[in-house]
Design a protein around this ligand. Structure first.
Ligand code: NAG
Length: 417
């Protein structure tokens, strides 16, 4: 009898524990009332709380944070501070909070005190500091974020990436620095990141004039490198040495005039290459050496060229690959180099493809001041007789070529410079 009573007591105690534990767990998923954290607002998401503070200042944000700090076991899945006046992030502002994704966007942020983010080191996986006024990478504030996977520093005013700027970010996989004013990347800029983790790097929309080869060379598992919209005027052999795992390279909208021999030869895993919006007038016959065999993978390789004065270069480009998209936005001059084109087109396996039939590739005949469809260029009047025509037709038969339908294949306006 007595033993029965004792076991009942234990059972009761156990139940009580359970109730307490459950209610504790629940507090973590209950928002403070709006009046407590106004002008911020809070909603409950499956994985935690989502708190947004917009168009306010540090005083109000600090107050709201103080309320949140008063709740034990709170898991803030998203804290989004947007369109605020927040020029400086104070030390310890988030101390005691468990935040997984932090956004401070369009808030005039220029200074992060060293201890402003360090308390988030064990939980923060995404940090978005885009569209602010940072003029350098806030390395001191970032160095303790040992679980960060994604760092977004887009649209700031960063002019240079100094050595070891990301030291401590041992788990970082994605780093984006799009639309800053970066013209200098020091040789050891990415040292101190665990270089075996970084998969994607976006350096687009900056002021780079050359490939930062030394800084990049340690990123041996990088899959995607974006350097579009810079001022890169030349690329050369060896520039991409070390990027053994690179799958995708974006060099669109730079100032490239030439694709020299062997320039991509280290990129044995490359499957996507974007070169549109450049002023490429010369592609070396060996420019794409090292990228052969892509036919096996049937992956997409995209080529775009601007101001490419003749299709001769494309002959070189086409032959090593069996599957790719190309688009030419060039002013084309009708010349004997184009003779292969009609034969090649006729040979396409997918010539009935709806996309293909919409295409009308044209070139300009300067002497006559008129355009011709490339299929119908008046070869006999161009003095091309006797030269080896149709060179391409046979080698093209085994290949599939996808022609991008989003733009006219050839946009033809002016003569060549
Ligand atoms: C950025 O924030 C300001 C307020 O500080 C706001 O007026 C402006 O519209 C915001 N810009 C964008 C693009 O949201």
């Amino acid at each position: 009898m007595r033993e029965q009573g004792l076991s009942n007591v234990w059972r009761l105690a156990w139940l009580l524990c359970l109730v307490i534990a459950t209610s504790l767990a629940q507090t973590a998923l209950v928002c403070p009332s709006h009046s407590e954290i106004a002008p911020c607002y809070c909603s409950v998401k499956k994985s935690g709380l989502d708190i947004v503070c917009e168009s306010t200042d540090l005083t109000h944000i600090t107050k709201a944070m103080a309320v949140l700090k008063g709740r034990p076991n709170l898991m803030i899945f998203y804290l989004r501070l947007r369109h605020n006046n927040l020029p400086k992030l104070q030390g310890y502002v988030f101390l005691g909070l468990d935040i997984r994704h932090l956004t401070i966007h369009n808030s005039s942020l220029a200074v992060l005190e060293e201890s402003s983010l360090s308390s988030l080191g064990t939980g923060l996986t995404q940090l978005d500091l885009s569209q602010n006024s940072l003029n350098s990478v806030p390395s001191h504030a970032l160095k303790d974020l040992h679980h960060l996977l994604i760092l977004n520093l887009n649209r700031n005013k960063i002019t240079a990436i100094h050595g070891r700027a990301f030291e401590g970010l041992d788990t970082l996989e994605i780093l984006t620095l799009y639309e800053n004013k970066i013209s200098t990347i020091e040789a050891d800029a990415f040292k101190g990141l665990d270089n075996r983790r970084l998969k994607r790097l976006n350096l687009g929309g900056n002021e780079l004039t050359r490939i930062p080869t030394q800084a990049l060379s340690s990123l041996e598992l990088l899959k995607k490198l974006e350097m579009q919209e810079n001022r890169i005027a030349t690329i050369k052999e060896g520039d991409f040495e070390g990027l053994k795992a690179l799958d995708s390279l974006g060099l669109a909208h730079n100032h490239l005039r030439e694709v020299p021999a062997h320039v991509f030869s280290h990129l044995t895993q490359l499957n996507s290459l974007e070169l549109d919006g450049n002023q490429i007038t010369h592609v070396d016959a060996n420019a794409f050496i090292g990228l052969e065999g892509k036919c096996i993978n049937q992956k997409l390789i995209r080529f775009y060229f601007n101001r490419l004065s003749s299709f001769r270069a494309i002959l070189f480009i086409l032959s090593p690959f069996c599957s790719f998209t190309f688009r030419v936005d060039n002013p084309l001059i009708c010349d004997c180099d184009l003779r292969w084109y009609p034969a090649w087109l006729a040979n396409l396996r997918d010539k009935d493809d709806e996309m293909m039939s919409k295409k009308r590739t044209v070139c300009t005949m300067p002497m006559e001041h008129r355009e011709y469809s490339v299929q119908n260029i008046p070869l006999e009047r161009m003095g091309c007789a006797g030269k080896n025509a149709g060179k391409f037709s046979s080698s093209a038969t085994g290949c599939r070529v996808y022609v991008d339908a989003t733009l006219p294949l050839i946009v033809l306006t002016a003569a060549i410079v």
